[in-house]
Every structure is written in C-alpha cells, then in structure tokens.
Design a protein around this ligand. Sequence first.
Ligand SMILES: Cc1cc2nc3c(=O)[nH]c(=O)nc-3n(C[C@H](O)[C@H](O)[C@H](O)COP(=O)(O)O)c2cc1C
Length: 144
Amino acid sequence: MRRTPVYYYSSTSGLVRAFAERLDRPVHNLAEREHRRSEVDGPWVLLTPSYKTGNESNDTIPEAVRRFLRSERNRRLLVGVMGSGNRNFGTYYQKAAREIAQRSGRPVLFEFELAGTPWDVEECERILTDLDAALDARHAAQAG
Ligand SMILES: Cc1cc2nc3c(=O)[nH]c(=O)nc-3n(C[C@H](O)[C@H](O)[C@H](O)COP(=O)(O)O)c2cc1C
C-alpha cells in the first residue's frame, strides 16, 4: 500500500521537523528549495506550523508553503492538512492549517502543539494509515 507522503515546513527551531521525522512514511521539508520547487507524484498531506508576523496580509502561512501551493497539480492532489501551533497565540492558534483547509476545501486531519507528544505521533500515524487505506480503496475502485 502506498504511504501517503507528508510535505512539511519547519523553521530553524525544528519542532515540526522533529515530529515529521518520527512518522513512518516519506516526509519532505519545504524549507529545502529542491522540495519547495517540486511537484507531487500523487495524493499528499501538508503539515504546517502557523507564524503570526503582525503583517495581516502575510499572516500566518509560511512563505515556503505558499510557494508549494502555487502549483495547480500540488493543490489538486492535496488530500488533507495537519498543523503544529501554540495555544498561547489564542485566536491565531493553528490559523495557517485551518485557513489552508478552509480555502482548499480539504479537512484538517490532525493538530498538535510544538513538537507533539509521543501520543500525538502515534495518533497521527493511525490517522494517516487510515487515510492510506481509504486512498488505496478509492484507487482500486477507479481502476476496476
Ligand atoms: C514568531 C512566532 C509566531 C508564532 N505564531 C503562531 C500562531 O499565530 N499560531 C500558532 O498556533 N502558533 C504560532 N507559533 C508557534 C509555532 O507555530 C510552533 O511553535 C511550531 O511548532 C513551530 O514549528 P517549527 O519550529 O518547526 O518552525 C508561533 C511561533 C513563533 C516563534
């Protein structure tokens, strides 16, 4: 069964990266130019932190994520969004993930704080494994 890849953005503090690298599937860091400029080879999931900048037109979606989503193919094959945030940001908590989900019509699959707990990693992997199976079934139905 195909393991749906996760494309994530992580800043130098590396909290999202620490989480992503504990998932049992291919993960790609959009902070790296090579990945930011690539196009996906099938359904994929986005994992993004939120960064409130104080500049309303530039809040809170990381630039690398915006860049990756400029590709029509990447937008079309996006199946869901996950977010890392910090509840201290109040109404801005998970704003980037929620805004992308709302604009794209895709579901928020999972949210956690900072680098997540071991439980978060386990729960997220369970959700993604269910997603792998659902996409596999959809693919089989289309082929048959
Ligand atoms: C300057 C700054 C702004 C942030 N703004 C938000 C925000 O608006 N909403 C939120 O939920 N978390 C916010 N966070 C928390 C980060 O999204 C969270 O710590 C995330 O895990 C960082 O991931 P990274 O270390 O991989 O970049 C902010 C953190 C910083 C340092």
